[in-house]
Write a protein that binds this ligand. Structure first.
Ligand code: ZN
Length: 425
């Protein structure tokens, strides 16, 4: 009798251990790597008879050729010999630029949740809709459920999905009791309880270190959080400073959501690197303050269309924001292209280009926002941002010339990343 019980217990233990091992193999082991290495496509591609904007500052090459070999740009110029095995990319008077960046995106819509277990076709069509059809080859996620972003990134880099390269902040840091009202209204309670609101500098530093260690590439701070409509809560300066310090010690940069003057002042004083929005409450945001932000080497992603689509198009609200961006630019500030897509569910980009035009920017300024400025700010200028031999073949092909109208930046025809065609109109 006793032997029988012993055998049953052993069998049960073996069964449980087997179950745990199987669960680990299926659910945990494949997700261990939040940062798989970049994959380069094999083969040779050629784009001919194109107008090529190799960078925002170099003169365009007319009737030029770009040759791509094994994921990298091999040659660019007016007279490039074409290897016989090269695959032709269709180009009828097309416009070629370096791949676009969008430095403010989110994977917070319900359609991304549980990304590890969602079918390829569904995620591919979502990635194409949100990013690839808009010309983006690199995006910066400024705050989502990290496990969703890590899963999407891993599946893209392993070649299971087709998408842009993703940098991510992981979970943003909020002021104490400082979750914005629009997140409190939409996110489930259990998720809100996981959103870090450090109350001490030591806690802020610990959260930043853990976040970066788990696979985040930047830190995102709500230095000014709209905790109620009409009320911004700034992050205490010592906490913001501690978070910035811990991030910089790890060789990474910090994005901040400023909201108003107080949030902007905390960002400046703490040493934040990028404002993820223009301040939309512009009261007190003077040219002197903007000059001070620029003096502290702070860049800005204005997200103009987000304000017009989620707040109001009222010129009393928008004109001061356009003016803020115009002043920031005219004082020499670095602007980055970002739309807050994911929070904003309209993915089209024309409106952002129109807003940038209203802020006095020309097509070269906008091309820099889309390519060289973010590549430099994210420390990627040795491999992204311009069409230069030796760099990654990240290329956006347009059907119409943005030098004649800014909105032509949205007329995307073909997108190539690391030498692979990832989207075609
Ligand atoms: Zn956002």
């Amino acid at each position: 009798m006793r032997k029988w019980i012993l055998r049953a217990v052993i069998a049960l233990i073996v069964l449980i251990l087997g179950f745990v091992a199987a669960a680990w193999l299926v659910f945990i082991y494949p997700r261990r790597n939040s940062h798989p290495p970049l994959r380069l496509a094999h083969g040779t591609l050629v784009i001919q008879h194109a107008r090529i904007y190799t960078s925002p500052t170099d003169p365009p090459i007319d009737d030029g050729t770009v040759l791509i070999k094994d994921g990298l740009i091999a040659a660019v110029g007016p007279n490039i010999p074409i290897p016989t095995d090269a695959t032709q990319i269709p180009c009828d008077h097309c416009i070629v630029t370096a791949g676009f960046w969008n430095v403010h995106v989110h994977f917070t819509e319900p359609k991304w949740s549980g990304a590890q277990f969602q079918p390829d076709a569904k995620l591919n069509s979502q990635l194409a809709d949100m990013f690839l059809s808009r010309g983006f080859t690199t995006v910066v996620d400024t705050g989502s459920n990290p496990s969703d972003t890590f899963d999407i990134r891993r599946r893209i880099e392993l070649g299971q999905l087709t998408g842009p390269y993703i940098f991510t902040s992981g979970t943003p840091l909020y002021p104490p009791h400082g979750i914005p009202f629009y997140i409190r209204e939409s996110a489930p309670k259990w998720l809100q309880s996981l959103m870090p609101q450090p109350e001490t500098s030591a806690e802020a530093q610990r959260i930043v270190r853990e976040n970066l260690h788990s696979g985040a590439d930047i830190t995102k701070l709500f230095t000014g959080s709209w905790i109620q409509r009409g009320h911004v809560l700034p992050m205490p300066l010592p906490i913001a400073k501690a978070a910035v310090e811990a991030t910089h010690l790890n060789g990474k940069i910090v994005f901040a959501h400023p909201s108003n003057l107080a949030g902007m002042q905390v960002a400046i004083d703490a040493g934040v690197d990028v404002l993820a929005h223009a301040a939309d409450d512009t009261r007190g945001v003077t040219p002197e303050l903007l000059a001070n932000a620029i003096h502290h080497n702070m860049a800005m992603a204005p997200t103009l269309k987000m304000f017009t689509t989620t707040v109001t198009i009222d010129p009393h609200y928008m004109d001061p924001i356009y003016n803020e961006v115009r002043t920031f630019h005219s004082l020499g500030g670095t602007l980055l292209f970002g739309t807050d897509v994911g929070y904003m569910t309209d993915y089209t980009t024309e409106g952002e280009f129109e807003g940038l035009g209203k802020s006095g920017l020309d097509w070269k300024d906008v091309l820099a926002m889309l390519t060289t400025n973010p590549a430099t700010r994210l420390g990627q200028s040795d491999r992204k941002g311009t069409i230069t031999p030796g760099k990654l073949a990240d290329i956006t092909i347009l059907s119409d010339d943005p030098s004649t109208a800014l909105t032509n930046f949205s007329r995307v025809q073909t997108v190539i990343r690391s030498g692979a065609v990832i989207w075609q109109h």
